[in-house]
Design a protein around this ligand. Structure first.
Ligand code: HEC
Ligand code: HEC
Ligand code: HEC
Ligand code: HEC
Ligand code: HEC
Length: 471
């Protein structure tokens, strides 16, 4: 079979897309971005390929796994294969987004919109709403091999909102020019290798026009983009080997681990933390200023990124001694607009929309910050619904520009604390700084019945310094 001309055709098409888009991205991006934002408000589902295909047009991942064994195992363990089945995803769609889409015209598009990114096979085949996970239909395959390797490009100059185009014609698009497979045709694709592939699902705009996911746009503005370090370089590590049975030996096979914040060892150490007490020896009854520095040296985007409506990253500072002293210090406010959302407050309630959608009588909301100790600094970007209440419903977000206090790529944040040394203190006291991360506020997790493992705090880093209390 003559696959050479297919490859050539693919390459030509990909190149012309690139020429049309990449060179002029800055200008085209601005113009198109405005038009899209206008068109888009009111309807999340903008993809033109909804319902265009049949499930049979796509192979099952375990078929691909017969030859691409390692890649299959990696993908199977990653969130890509669980994007529909992961419990919080199922809960949020069936208990909140789907009922909301049936009640409120403005968000009607999320009925298929959520599925376009989380269960693309169901979206492309028009199986909307899909069956629950327990029914075992093919939507459960999540973001499968056949999605990414059939993607030919995007309809947007700067992709977002499932703006990918697929062509399941049997040809697998991949990163290499000189490969052959007896099992299927292969075509080299610039798009597969590009961060724009990731952007089609990792950037999202709400029906109200708010940018509710911008991992790609954050990356694009970062030093990593300028240095040419792609999403693929950090999330699909490369190593020597073969990608499949009968394949060639390469020195840089792309592994499909997609480790992110759900993998504690990936998250661990992404932010450095250092503690600087002003003095090594302090007198009882005096005040000790403490400075803490946090450096995001490893993520190619903000921390947290992605589903920022529900992610919290916080700094807990304690002073302790062996005689029973154990106090958590409150951060000293800096005075920026919206700062109150970045300092933990056990009295603050939020997320009222959840109860409204679920029609819980007399619902007043739940704790805004869950288990985060009072006074701790929270690095987050709060989202607000059309009524101005903080929300975890990203599709119901009207504004998220009030305050964005996350840690940018290669950014250092400095936080200040004061320890009022008790009159009776003496001897060695330790100042401990701990950084924690949660996927979902514990209060939301409890209310929605999410398994506790999905919102348990993860220790990202810690640092301890000893000071001496003496007259
Ligand atoms: C019978 C074995 C077999 C099966 C089944 C198979 N492949 Fe392959 N595939 C190969 C071989 C061999 C290569 C070439 C690998 C090499 O030389 O690096 C390959 C290459 C690829 C490439 C790489 C192209 C590139 O540019 O590097 C992709 C992508 C791919 N396959 C995807 C899939 C998908 C998706 C499926 C399931 C629908 C699948 N394959 C099923 C054997 C298979
Ligand atoms: C989220 C999108 C995505 C999914 C899902 C995905 N891949 Fe890939 N795959 C990629 C990207 C991107 C590359 C190229 C990475 C690069 O440019 O460094 C790639 C590369 C490959 C390669 C070539 C590896 C090499 O370096 O030679 C093979 C083979 C492959 N994928 C097979 C599969 C199979 C089989 C599955 C399912 C088990 C799968 N992929 C799922 C995005 C994906
Ligand atoms: C078809 C849509 C789609 C494409 C394309 C896609 N992703 Fe994803 N990705 C998802 C979804 C959906 C999830 C969330 C899974 C979940 O938690 O439900 C996810 C999860 C992830 C995670 C795990 C994040 C965490 O919190 O641990 C990483 C890392 C990731 N993707 C990286 C990438 C990279 C890199 C690319 C491009 C090579 C890419 N993705 C392309 C849809 C996509
Ligand atoms: C320089 C390396 C690097 C680059 C480049 C990079 N990432 Fe990440 N990414 C990380 C690290 C480290 C983490 C874990 C820390 C975290 O969760 O923020 C992470 C986390 C994530 C998460 C989970 C975010 C969260 O806070 O829950 C997603 C999703 C993700 N990356 C997607 C992407 C996409 C898409 C791109 C490209 C547009 C990309 N990453 C580029 C290193 C990188
Ligand atoms: C444009 C693509 C896209 C759309 C549309 C989308 N999501 Fe997601 N979703 C993602 C990606 C990518 C992630 C992973 C980001 C991260 O790890 O922070 C994610 C993460 C999530 C998570 C967090 C999963 C976890 O394990 O913590 C939930 C829950 C979720 N989405 C539900 C929904 C619901 C419900 C809708 C519809 C209202 C929706 N999503 C619409 C792409 C999308």
């Amino acid at each position: 079979m003559d696959t050479a001309h297919i490859r050539e055709k693919e390459e030509i098409r990909v190149m012309s897309r690139k020429e049309a888009g990449a060179g002029k991205v800055k200008w085209v991006g601005v113009a198109v971005g405005c038009i899209v934002a206008g068109m888009f408000s009111g309807n999340l589902a903008q993809g033109s390929q909804e319902g265009k295909f049949k499930y049979e047009d796509f192979e099952k991942p375990n078929y691909c796994g017969t030859c691409h064994k390692e890649i299959y195992q990696e993908w199977k363990q990653s969130l890509m294969s669980q994007s529909y089945t992961h419990e919080w995803d199922e809960i949020e769609y069936f208990k909140l987004a789907l009922p909301h889409s049936q009640k409120l015209e403005k968000v009607a598009g999320v009925k298929s919109g959520c599925i376009a990114c989380h269960g693309p096979l169901a979206y492309l085949t028009g199986d909307i709403p899909p069956k629950p996970v327990s029914a075992g239909t093919r939507v459960n395959e999540g973001v499968s091999c056949e999605i990414c390797h059939n993607i030919t490009g995007t309809t947007e100059a700067v992709p977002f909102n499932f703006s990918f185009t697929v062509d399941p014609n049997g040809t697998k698009r991949g990163p290499r020019k000189d490969v052959e497979s007896s099992a299927h045709d292969v075509a080299y694709s610039e798009f597969t290798k590009s961060p724009e592939l990731c952007a089609t699902c990792h950037d999202e705009q709400s029906p109200y026009g708010a940018w509710v996911k911008e991992t790609y746009r954050e990356w694009k503005a970062s030093p990593y983009a300028k240095e040419g370090t792609r999403c693929q370089d950090c999330h699909m590590y490369h190593a020597p080997g073969k990608s499949g049975l009968g394949g060639k030996e390469w020195n840089n096979i792309a592994h499909h681990v997609f480790h992110g914040s759900h993998v504690p060892s990936k998250l661990g150490g992404t932010v450095d933390v250092a503690v600087y007490p002003l003095k090594q020896t302090v007198a009882p009854g005096s005040e000790l200023p403490i400075r803490i520095e946090l450096f995001n040296g490893k993520a190619g985007h903000f921390i947290p990124s992605g589903s920022t409506e529900e992610r919290m990253f916080w700094l807990e500072v304690r002073v302790k001694d062996e005689k029973g002293l154990d106090a958590i210090l409150p951060v000293i406010p800096k005075g920026f607009v919206g700062e109150e959302f970045t300092i933990a407050d056990s009295k603050a309630v939020a997320y009222q929309a959840m109860g409204e959608i679920m029609e819980v009588p007399g619902y007043k909301g739940v704790s805004r910050d869950g288990i985060v100790p009072d006074g701790s600094r929270i690095f987050r970007r709060p989202f607000f619904d059309p009524q101005g209440r903080m929300t975890i419903c990203q599709w119901y977000t009207a504004d998220n520009t009030k305050v964005d206090y996350r840690i940018g790529p290669r950014e250092t944040k400095i936080e200040n604390f004061t320890w009022k040394v008790p009159e009776g203190a003496s001897g060695k006291v330790t100042v401990e700084a701990r950084l924690f991360y949660t996927q979902v506020p514990s209060s939301v997790g409890e209310f929605m019945g999410v398994p506790p493992s999905e919102y348990a705090p993860i220790l990202v880093n810690e640092a301890t310094v000893a000071v001496n209390v003496a007259k």
